[in-house]
Design a protein around this ligand. Structure first.
Ligand code: IVH
Length: 706
């Protein structure tokens, strides 16, 4: 039954279409999207849902039935003889299963469990059609509305990775061969370009996709040539006049990728041929987890039926093929209202502006504060209190404000004036200083209470002395009460002293004092991290501690001797020497030593447990070197450990823990939701797999569980 369409539904459909068309133009034509992709996807989803409920509302020009937007007309139009389509999206595992179910219904004779799929990263860039005539590059065109795109040949010709002639090994060539793929910025190239923009005081690019689209739409190809664009091929479009014996087109998608590579195109190294929908899902989950380890930005995974003969059977809707689906990752960018901009003071005195926002769920957690990095970034991004802003949280990276949303629904008509960087420190009231040619602003008052707080918070942090329950709030309270000034004071704190403070129950006082006492057992490398020496992170600290063995040896070493330690460069060496030369720092170190902190690195020459004959070296907190020289790789979640902690635990026992399995791997620890590629590699190489429950035993014994 068709059923009546309520007025509300048709009005909402009209509104949604207007909004989507508006944002389509901003994104596809003007290269200036106003809202994050995730917000756009929500609009499309809602429209699809209403249309599914009231099919009579579907019209051929609805954005659910069309692709992109017609071009602006800056370049010559190019008609695609094979339309450049879009992809249907799946946001959840169940939607991937529903897609498989639709395939099964269309192909009832097929054994879905054994169906091959090509699973490819969905790189976030600009779709491009490249024409090769008799193997020579002749034209590049954008997707446009899928039927008509724009001729950007001159610009694309400047991209080094686009072959101008195909490798003759893949000949003889068809008279006309169309290759499709994506033009994008690698993250390193994008960051470097934005640094150059910042140095020149120019507007920053919001994201790699936008920057790529902007670079392609330059009227002067010389400008495009200065932008380090990359290309990936992932499809063959039109093929005309293929001579006898031609390799083009291939019979499968995976075969196409192989052929494209042989012809000289870059293809993704992360594409996989997988069998069955379960493997498709596993690969999507794996790439979602690894997305931040990749050198380019991806926003999902494209899965395609591998057999191209089946593509013809499955066909397409008006906007997307039925043989492919894009699994979109959870959003890492959302919008929120910026309530105010404040400045925080770090342990080195650096004053960092940050936004306080209405809470928003992004990148897997609720975010209320996000960094704005420095004064210039606030100005270049032009974000002001009261604005609607785009908030980005990618993986473990600190959430940041990308920029304001300046028009569209819900955006205030009038903006507040630009925000001004404060001239005095919000903590101590002393003047803030920004040196010529530097982007950071500093509070230079060494007695600034906030700097003190942050130095102690850093000392107690996870990667340093790991003192539980000693976060910013607690440290602030202790500094304000005059109980501590530097990390060495922590060891003099007593339970009665703490119990007198507000919000300090006797039990938490006792726990904190115990936690502080326990930290004396941390190895020297942790102590070095805790001291907050510039440039010295956990890896460098381990290198010096292992190399020289004791605090005494490090303090006695010259800058040259420090630089001679394996893994320590001249910059870190100079920084350590400079830090330890300062009498105030020496005094803190001596007081820490007097408080009983460990000043040796277990397993290092001269350190405790170095060898039987080392004289015992006293009791230190370092664990036995059970994994000395062994490589243990971890995949998936191990109960009781974060990924970092599991790796730390391996390193602390003398082992190595790289991110991938090789023939040198001693064991693969398999936790919750393990990575399919690591499992496969371990299986291929016959590497022993240890279940997560046996991880503790492996650490303790250094041998494989029975
Ligand atoms: S296949 C008809 N493969 O995603 C399907 N597209 O939302 C044609 N994209 O327009 C596209 N990586 O710009 C395909 N490995 C990949 C892709 C990919 C990114 C983009 C492409 C396409 C859009 C669809």
């Amino acid at each position: 039954m068709a059923g009546e369409v309520p007025n509300g539904a048709s009005a909402r459909v009209a509104e949604l279409r207007q909004l989507i068309e508006y944002h389509n133009e901003r994104y596809h034509v003007l290269d200036a999207p106003e809202i994050p992709d995730a917000d756009y996807d929500l609009l499309v989803r809602e429209l699809k849902e209403v249309e599914a409920q009231y099919p009579s509302l579907v019209t051929p020009d609805s954005p659910t039935q069309t692709v992109g937007a017609p071009p602006l007309g800056l370049f010559q139009p190019v008609r695609h003889r094979v339309p450049m389509m879009s992809l249907d999206n799946a946001f959840e595992e169940v939607e991937l299963r529903a897609w498989a179910e639709r395939l099964r219904r269309q192909l009832p004779d097929l054994d879905l469990g054994h169906l091959d799929f090509s699973s490819e990263p969905k790189v976030d860039g600009v779709a491009m059609s490249l024409t090769y005539e008799h193997g020579r590059f002749t034209q590049a065109a954008t997707r446009g509305d899928g039927v008509t795109g724009e001729d950007v040949t001159a610009n694309v010709a400047t991209i080094k990775s686009v072959p101008k002639a195909l490798d003759p090994r893949t000949g003889p060539f068809p008279a006309l061969l169309e290759i499709r793929g994506e033009i994008y910025f690698s993250l390193a190239d994008f960051d470097a370009m934005n640094k150059r923009q910042e140095a020149a005081g120019l507007k920053l690019f919001v994201n790699p996709r936008n920057a790529a689209a902007g670079a392609l739409r330059q009227k002067d190809p010389a400008v495009t040539a200065t932008r380090p664009l990359s290309f990936w091929a992932y499809q063959v479009g039109e093929v005309e006049g293929a001579p006898k014996g031609s390799h083009w087109p291939a019979a499968t998608q995976s075969g196409t990728l192989g052929l494209l590579k042989k012809a000289g195109f870059p293809v993704s190294a992360d594409a996989r041929l997988v069998t069955g929908i379960e493997a498709v899902i596993a690969r999507c989950i794996e790439l979602a987890r690894e997305r931040h380890a990749l050198v380019y930005e991806i926003d999902g995974v494209v899965t395609k039926v591998d057999d191209l003969a089946l593509h013809r059977q499955l066909g397409a809707t008006s906007r997307a093929p039925r043989w492919a689906i894009a699994f979109k990752f959870p959003p890492e960018e959302r919008t929120s209202r910026l309530l105010d901009i404040e400045v925080s003071i770090g342990r080195t005195g650096r004053a960092t502006p940050f936004g306080r926002m209405e809470p928003v769920f992004v990148g897997g957690s609720t975010v209320e504060m996000a960094t704005l990095h420095n004064e210039d970034q606030v100005r270049l991004k032009d974000v002001r209190p009261g604005d609607i802003v785009i908030v980005r949280k990618a993986g473990d990276v600190i959430p940041e404000i990308v920029g304001p949303v300046l028009s569209g629904p819900g955006v205030p008509k009038r903006r507040r004036p630009p925000w001004k960087f404060p001239t005095t420190c919000p903590s101590c009231g002393q003047p803030l200083l920004r040196l010529e040619g530097e982007s950071d602003t500093y509070c230079t008052n060494i007695d600034c209470p906030m700097q003190r707080v942050q130095r102690i918070v850093h000392y107690a942090s996870r990667s340093a002395m790991d003192i539980e329950g000693l976060g910013e709030e607690r440290v602030f309270q202790l500094v304000a009460a005059g109980l501590i000034v530097d990390p060495a004071d922590l060891y003099a704190l007593t339970v009665p002293q703490l119990s007198e403070l507000e919000r300090f129950a006797a039990i938490s006082a006792a726990n904190l004092v115990a936690g502080i006492a326990a930290s004396t057992a941390q190895p020297l490398s942790r102590l070095l991290v805790g001291l907050g020496i510039r440039h010295l992170g956990p890896t460098g600290a381990r290198a010096v501690a292992r190399g020289l063995g004791t605090l005494d040896a490090i303090m006695a070493a010259t800058e040259e001797e420090l630089a001679a330690v394996e893994g320590i460069g001249p910059v870190i060496a100079a920084s350590i020497a400079e830090f330890l030369a300062l009498p105030t720092n020496q005094a803190v170190v001596e007081r820490l030593r007097a408080a009983g902190v460990t000043t040796e690195e277990p397993g290092a020459p001269g350190g405790a447990g170095a060898s039987e004959g080392a004289g015992g070296g006293g009791v230190t907190g370092g664990p036995a070197q059970t994994l000395e020289g062994l490589t243990v790789v971890v995949t998936g979640g191990v109960p009781g450990f974060t990924r970092e902690e599991a790796e730390e635990a391996i390193l602390a026992r003398g082992g190595k823990s790289p991110g991938s399995v090789s023939k040198k791997t001693f064991a693969l620890v398999v936790g919750d939701a393990p990575g399919a590629s690591k499992l496969k590699k371990a299986e291929e190489l016959g590497i022993p797999m240890v279940p997560a429950e046996a991880f503790a035993t492996l650490l303790e014994s250094g041998s494989l569980p029975e």
